[in-house]
Design a binder for this molecule. Structure first.
Ligand code: AMP
Ligand code: TRP
Length: 340
């Protein structure tokens, strides 16, 4: 087998299953922008086919997809530099996912913790799509032979599965077709926690709105949520060890560090000794300063959704031009006839 050197290419996706949160911004979007600006080829996708693995109201789904696109652009993704599109407009994602349904093993998917969390107690009633979700995610990445995938910490297991699928496909067919993708899980906020419970991830699907900061929250709401965020009675330590077993305190420091582009050590060197009554207003001022230009720009972009749809269509055409030849090559490897 010849060793293929795969060209660096970045792919990532976010589900339009609700509004963007600060967790999405710090864990994913901010990193997407950094990678775009580093000059590598980047593709970023609104994964609408993933969103429908749990029922979505069709009008809400359309709105959330456009708002997510607005959030991408407002955060600094430039449709001239990155390929921005919604997944369902590039049919190769779903087609390659079928091939991967035939490569991945039941046992692998049975181990996926996100499925267990999302399906909850009533697993018999979960959609088949929710179960095979990681195969579609592997397809999103490998249909572009993407080599790097920036995500938050919760996606680690899915990316390991993507690597397993690529390796099994290559091995089953004796080829070096798909790259073994590198996860990029980096920065001070790879896992932003709920503001109400330091043991739970901040999530767009948490029933409590006070648990998260939404990218569309106004300054007053952000300040109120941070003021009410759960903490312990102690002040900030000056060393990182002083945050051990203090999940809520640690979370607020991590958020501050990520927003300010500082390390946690730097934040503690500056703020060690302060009480939360002093640190929380600093954090909310910083959050408002960083987030309100983004939410303002999102609102402006949402005034003209036809322009957003145009950008998504344009991105889908570019994405399709990369994906289609890789799909054809894959079908050929598998032995599926393509009439010219
Ligand atoms: P999702 O909203 O589940 O589609 O997630 C989109 C991206 O945001 C993925 O890369 C997630 O890992 C990341 N993400 C979601 N929630 C958080 C969080 N609380 N902290 C850090 N990253 C997150
Ligand atoms: N599963 C990811 C999430 O819930 C979203 C996603 C779908 C994704 N396809 C992807 C992320 C491909 C990175 C690459 O957050």
């Amino acid at each position: 087998m010849t060793e293929v050197v795969h060209t660096p290419r970045v792919f990532s996706g976010i589900q339009p299953s609700g509004g963007l949160t600060l967790g999405n911004y710090l864990g994913a979007l901010k990193r997407f922008v950094e990678m775009q600006n580093s000059g590598i080829e980047t593709l970023y996708c609104m994964v609408d086919l993933h969103a429908i693995t749990v029922w979505q109201n069709p009008d809400d789904l359309r709105h959330a997809t456009r708002e997510l696109a607005a959030g991408f652009i407002a955060s600094g993704l430039d449709p001239q530099k990155s390929i921005l599109f919604n997944q369902s407009q590039v049919s190769a994602h779903a087609e390659l996912a079928w091939v991967f349904n035939c490569v991945a093993r039941m046992g692998w998917l049975n181990r996926m913790t996100q499925f267990k969390d999302k399906a909850g107690k009533n697993r018999e009633n979960a959609s088949v799509g929710l179960f095979s979700y990681p195969n579609l995610m592997a397809s999103d990445i490998l249909i572009y032979k993407a080599t790097q995938v920036p995500v938050g910490d919760d996606q680690k297991q899915h990316l390991e599965l993507t690597r397993d699928i690529a390796a099994k496909f290559n091995n089953d067919f004796g080829v070096d077709h798909f790259p073994i993708t590198e996860p990029k899980i980096e920065g001070a906020a790879t896992r932003v926690m709920s503001l109400r419970d330091g043991a739970k991830k901040m999530s767009k699907s948490d029933p409590s709105d006070a648990s998260r900061i939404n990218m569309t929250d106004d300054a007053e709401t952000i300040a109120k949520k941070i003021r009410k965020a759960k903490t312990d009675p102690d002040g900030l330590p000056s060393e990182i060890e002083g945050l051990t077993d203090r999940a809520e305190a640690k979370n607020l420091v991590n958020i501050y560090a990520a927003l300010a582009d500082m390390s946690v050590e730097q934040v503690l060197a500056e703020c060690g000794g302060k009480q939360f009554s002093e640190f929380k207003p600093m954090l909310s001022d910083l959050a408002v300063a960083k987030l309100s230009p983004i939410s303002g720009e999102m609102a402006r972009l949402m005034e003209d959704t036809s322009e957003i749809d145009r950008i998504l269509g344009d991105g889908a055409r570019k994405a399709n031009a990369i994906a289609q030849p890789i799909l054809e090559e894959t079908y050929d490897i598998v032995g599926l006839i393509r009439s010219k």
